[in-house]
Design a protein around this ligand. Structure first.
Ligand SMILES: CC(C)(COP(=O)(O)OP(=O)(O)OC[C@H]1O[C@@H](n2cnc3c(N)ncnc32)[C@H](O)[C@@H]1OP(=O)(O)O)[C@@H](O)C(=O)NCCC(=O)NCCS
Length: 270
């Protein structure tokens, strides 16, 4: 029987929104993970950090919980990017590639850094890197998902065989662990679900480092990391991958989302 190692998220830096962020070296990847739950009366203040287009998109969510997740994750992303780019969070402009992957526009100090955002349940993950594509994913381990039915539709043969060696609770965590690794990889590639999920293999075992074998990208280099965290007694595996080699990771987090007094103003960067 497998035992999932406790590769639990331990941030080396816990950020207070509005404060500076550590410098981002060219061979460094910053892997951010933190909670999104805020008291409902605070939501309008969070929404103020977003430009009109994002507020409109938030308003279109049917369920309040999805609206909150969208607003707070996008506001946190803007606060963090603002700190790296020395730019007012609300003024950062994004454009997207043909598959919807967002980039910071060069006109708002972009072009310097690449990022990836993911949110699930009450958690968000953000990857920040200089000059290399990055993909990040966090997933809430849920038991309302039929993992036996889904696994053969997303996992390649080798992944499926590995998944089936797990039993009981470990099987659920292995499934979502594999999911985050696959999702992070396709997000780094930026092609969304048009990228064939069953033509590449990731390591499914949570105790193993995050590696990818992709028959369509032989010779390409990448560096991946996986971790897990718990929040309100729920388990969240998370993974990040950079399409580049020799990268070092630094784990960062925020304990509780809060808006700095000068959240909409320029805030200090690295
Ligand atoms: C959009 C997608 C890239 C990720 O979606 P997701 O896992 O539901 O959501 P996440 O929170 O992890 O990521 C969403 C963020 O990824 C970014 N994103 C959107 N399109 C992207 C793309 N083509 N490449 C990389 N990032 C993308 C956006 O920042 C988006 O945030 P937003 O929706 O709040 O604006 C896409 O892969 C998808 O629809 N996945 C569905 C999930 C699935 O079936 N996965 C199979 C298991 S591997």
């Amino acid at each position: 029987m497998h035992r999932c190692t406790e590769n639990t998220f331990e941030p080396t830096f816990v950020w207070d929104p509005g404060s500076r962020v550590p410098p981002l070296g060219t061979c460094e990847a910053h892997f951010w993970l933190g909670p999104l739950d805020v008291p409902a009366p605070e939501l309008p203040s969070w929404a103020e950090l977003l430009p009109d287009g994002e507020r409109d998109r938030a308003a279109r969510f049917h369920f309040a919980v999805d609206q909150q997740r969208y607003i707070v994750s996008h506001a946190i992303l803007r606060l963090i990017l603002g700190a790296y780019l020395e730019q007012s969070p609300r003024l950062i402009r994004f454009s997207t590639n043909a598959f919807g992957k967002p980039f910071v526009e060069a006109t708002t100090n972009g072009g310097q850094i690449e990022f990836s955002l993911s949110h699930s349940g009450d958690m968000a993950a953000i990857g920040i890197v200089r000059g290399h594509p990055v993909g990040v994913d966090v997933e809430l381990v849920r038991n309302d998902v039929n993992i036996e039915e889904l696994a053969p539709t997303i996992f390649a043969a080798r992944e499926l065989a590995s998944f089936r060696t797990f039993e009981g609770e470990a099987r659920g965590e292995a499934f979502f662990n594999g999911w985050t690794r696959k999702e992070a990889y396709i997000k780094a590639r930026g092609e969304g679900l048009s990228y064939p999920l069953q033509e590449f293999n990731v390591s499914i075992d949570p105790s193993r480092t995050f590696q990818v074998a992709d028959q369509n990208a032989q010779g390409a280099t990448h560096t991946g990391w996986a971790t897990r965290t718990t929040h309100r007694a729920r388990v969240y595996p998370a993974a990040m991958i950079v399409l580049g080699e020799g990268m070092m990771v630094r784990y960062f987090g925020w304990r509780k989302p809060w808006i700095p007094a000068d959240g909409t103003q320029q805030i200090g960067g690295s």
